[in-house]
Design a protein around this ligand. Structure first.
Ligand code: CA
Length: 357
């Protein structure tokens, strides 16, 4: 009896030791983000993930977050994570468009899904599996990393009343939307963020798009351009986390769960934070510049943009079966999702507008 008891004690002690040894494994990772450390809310997300993971692991799993000012390679994140220089990255998938055009689907596409629709596609509509298919060859895992919601169409110094007004218009608008606008005669330029305000102020460019009120307000565009156009080109820009596959494999299982849980929670949180920031900023902007007018592109212009978008996307799909597969998946999912968005949220917004006194 006594012997049996001591075996139990020993076994219990061994289990305790083993679990302690396991949980106490010290892991130190580094994360590189595309943004400077001051760019709220994008740069806040990895810092929140690191904090949660540290707390959950009792201080044993540490992730050091480096902003652009430290690693000086804003658009080198995918390469740095792939080659193991950093175990993790935080960026936006469409920045890797030059390496693989299919990466754009995991950020946003013109006339695509809203953030809510897109999250439903990622998590419950096959999006995560398709993202894996694209990112496997880079030897990294990719996860959603927070959304800035519907982006505004941008700040314009002159009104756009017809397609002719787009001819020769000088505008900063990157990505697929830039390709679409170029097809419609816009002179698309890409200018570093730090020079945008001066370029717009001095007339080097006539228009630009950035994000939405929450992030635009710090750039000051509302002081120098009176027309704020509603969005079409980035309806749901999703950031993303990149994780080096070998580094992830070496993590103890409970650390993997901590990391995945923290990322998913913080990803949702960015949407809440950005929404609150935009609501506050929009009311402030209107006080600073009473002349701001919210405009929507005229219907013929929007229709031409939609047609050009379809042509650009179908052009890529022609030569790339996986592009076609992801395009079809998004279109099919959006068809159903949009019907629900329309009778649900959209209809409710119209209803509450109608009863407003
Ligand atoms: Ca943008």
């Amino acid at each position: 009896m006594k012997r049996l008891k001591s075996i139990f004690v020993l076994a219990a002690a061994a289990t305790l030791l083993a679990s302690n040894a396991h949980a106490a494994k010290k892991v130190r990772w580094k994360l590189a983000m595309t943004w400077p450390s001051t760019l709220t809310p994008l740069a806040d997300a990895p810092v929140k993930v690191a904090k949660l993971v540290k707390q959950m692991s009792g201080g044993n799993f540490i992730i050091q977050v480096h902003g652009k000012e430290k690693h000086k390679a804003a658009l080198g994140i995918l390469d740095m994570v792939k080659n193991g220089q950093y175990q993790m990255g935080h960026s936006a998938s469409y920045y890797w468009k030059g390496k693989d055009i299919k990466t754009v689907f995991f950020t946003t596409v013109p006339f695509g899904m809203t953030a809510q629709e897109q999250y439903a596609w990622f998590y419950y509509g096959g999006g995560m599996e398709l993202m894996k298919e694209v990112y496997d060859k880079f030897r990294v895992h990719s996860y959603p990393g927070g959304n800035t919601g519907v982006q505004m169409g941008g700040w314009f110094k002159k009104q756009i009343n017809s397609l002719e007004d787009l001819q020769g218009l000088k505008m900063r608008i990157p990505g697929l939307a830039g390709e679409v606008f170029a097809k419609l005669g816009v002179n698309v330029t890409n200018i570093p963020a730090g020079e945008l305000y001066t370029s717009l102020d001095r007339g080097t460019i006539d228009a630009l798009e950035w994000v939405g009120p929450g992030m635009d307000i710090k750039m000051g565009f509302h002081k120098i351009a009176p027309y704020y156009y509603t969005g079409w080109h980035e309806p749901a820009s999703e950031m993303h986390y990149l994780i080096n596959k070998r580094a992830f494999k070496r993590l103890p299982d409970e650390y993997k769960t901590m990391l995945l849980t923290a990322m998913k929670a913080v990803t949702a949180d960015m949407g809440y934070q950005n929404f609150a920031m935009s609501a506050k900023a929009w009311s402030e902007m209107k006080k600073v510049n009473l002349k701001i007018q919210v405009k929507t592109f005229p219907e013929p212009v929007l229709k031409a943009m939609k047609k050009a978008t379809d042509e650009v996307l179908q052009g890529y799909a022609k030569n790339d079966p996986l592009f076609q597969k992801i395009y079809n998946s998004q279109q099919k999912f959006m068809e159903k999702a949009r019907k629900w968005s329309e009778i649900g949220e959209f209809h409710y917004l119209q209803t509450s507008q109608a009863v407003k006194e």
